[in-house]
Design a protein around this ligand. Structure first.
Ligand SMILES: O=C([O-])[C@@H](O)[C@@H](O)[C@H](O)[C@@H](O)C(=O)[O-]
Ligand SMILES: [Mg+2]
Length: 430
């Protein structure tokens, strides 16, 4: 079986005004849909970031794939490496990459891992379809039947000042009470049994009160807070100490492994990250420093499903735990996340997902869903999801019209607060 063509479709989905330490989500979030077709009539699906820079990289690799074997993912890695190194010397190919992603220039190992991942997932989808086996079987078989996700809570505005569509149904959430209401709705709708609060938005004292209010309202629920490095070490230590007994882990309170280790020595809960350990080359320092103790996997930037399994193995070797990070994503990504969650042996926590914040979808309804806060692991061939081609066409049209081309949470915040810089750490006291 050989690959005959690869289609990369940029799409834009409506995104609510969710707040984080960098600023606010744009009116639209960008994704790329990858369709790899073969001479046996099979199509493999992938989904990843949709920034202009990512599209340049994806298209350059896509051009090289016709004529290659979808089972040859080692060869795919060699092709990605070669293409990215060629692109690296050419400044026309260096568009700034969107905020929130750990990628640097074309030649960096993190970028190669992210680009490879998009195609690896699509090739694994083809392999599973060819063999009539679910993707998790290609990774050694599932160790759980359903993958638990957490309710991802965000402080938010009621609406974007400039959205070309009506406000979302969640309303404003800028107080502890409003956050408890948001959590209740998420728990009632999806059955989640753990909570993640995106912090780094309000004064740390208010965020402490928010976690305590959530803890009072959901006393048996594991809770985590993630301010994306918006705090100094002193603030992080104080928050960690005040929230003793209320947090399962503290995620990226400060930036960089040495600062994380300093905080870890003074608080009782483990520290988690998707910011200072985002590639294999970051692991030795974390092991030497003894923190962070929880690594958030993410197949989109750790180099796909099999490299995520390597990470899983390293976590076992070095006594680290695994959780899972998410960025705004749709159903192909959720399916891939769920297959990895199904085979991971170090996964010790509910995974992150932005799913509840999306009102638009690219997979046929009913193929993937939440039950008691978990997604049942798809057992159909490959990823086990079907693409809704009409939805992709509509969301591509939306991409053409919306004008958003790179993720940038700073500029829309600056439009409302001109003094905003998005720089971290932002908070030097409670
Ligand atoms: O969606 C967001 O605003 C998140 O802050 C996202 O960009 C982060 O990458 C992520 O969810 C995280 O855990 O840091
Ligand atoms: Mg995080």
């Amino acid at each position: 079986m050989l690959i005959t063509s690869v289609e990369i479709t940029p799409i834009a989905v409506q995104d609510p005004p969710l707040l984080n330490s960098e600023g606010v989500h744009q009116t639209h979030a960008l994704r790329s849909v990858i369709q790899v077709r073969t001479d046996e009539g099979l199509t493999g699906l992938g989904e990843t970031y949709g920034d202009d820079q990512m599209l340049v990289w994806l298209r350059a690799v896509a051009r090289k794939l016709p004529g290659t074997d979808p089972f040859a993912t080692n060869l795919l890695m060699a092709t990605v490496t070669e293409v990215m190194e060629e692109l690296a010397g050419d400044s026309a190919n260096e568009v700034p990459v969107g905020a929130g992603y750990p990628m640097a220039g074309a030649a960096s190992s993190k970028t190669k891992a992210a680009v490879f991942s998009a195609f690896e997932v699509a090739c694994l989808d083809i392999q599973g379809k060819a063999l009539g086996r679910p993707l998790h079987d290609l990774l050694g078989g599932k160790v759980r039947d359903a993958v638990p996700y957490s309710a991802y809570l965000f402080y938010k505005w009621a609406e974007h000042p400039d959205a070309p569509y009506p406000a979302d149904s969640w309303g404003e959430a800028l107080t502890p009470d409003a956050m408890v209401a948001q959590a209740r709705r998420m728990v009632e709708t999806y059955g989640f049994t753990s909570l993640k609060l995106k912090g780094g938005v309000l004064r740390p004292g208010i965020e402490i009160d928010t976690v305590l209010a959530l803890h009072d309202a959901f006393p048996d629920y594991p809770i985590r807070i993630d301010p994306n490095a918006a705090w100094t070490v002193d603030v992080a230590v104080e928050v960690g100490q005040r929230l003793e007994g209320a947090l399962e882990y503290l995620e990226d309170p400060v930036g960089g492994t040495p600062a994380m280790a300093e905080v870890a020595r003074k608080v009782s809960m483990p520290l988690a990250t998707n910011m200072c350990v985002t590639a294999f080359e970051d692991i030795p320092e974390a092991v030497r420093e003894g923190a962070p103790q929880v690594i958030l996997s993410d197949h989109h930037f750790w180099g796909g499903m099999r490299q995520s399994q390597v990470l899983d193995g390293l976590c076992q070797t070095f006594g680290l735990s695994l959780s899972m990070h998410s960025n705004t994503h749709l159903g192909i990504s959720l399916a891939a996340m769920t297959h990895f969650g199904a085979v991971s042996r170090s996964l010790a926590y509910s995974c992150d997902t932005h799913t509840p914040w999306q009102t638009e979808e690219i997979i046929v309804p009913g193929t993937l869903g939440f039950e008691n806060g978990a997604v049942r692991v798809p057992d159909g061939p490959g990823l086990g999801v079907e693409l809704d081609e009409d939805a992709v066409a509509r969301l591509h049209e939306q991409w053409v019209k919306c004008g958003v081309r790179t993720r940038d949470d700073v500029t829309p915040m600056k439009a409302v607060h001109p003094e905003w810089t998005g720089e971290t750490p932002r908070f030097t006291s409670l």
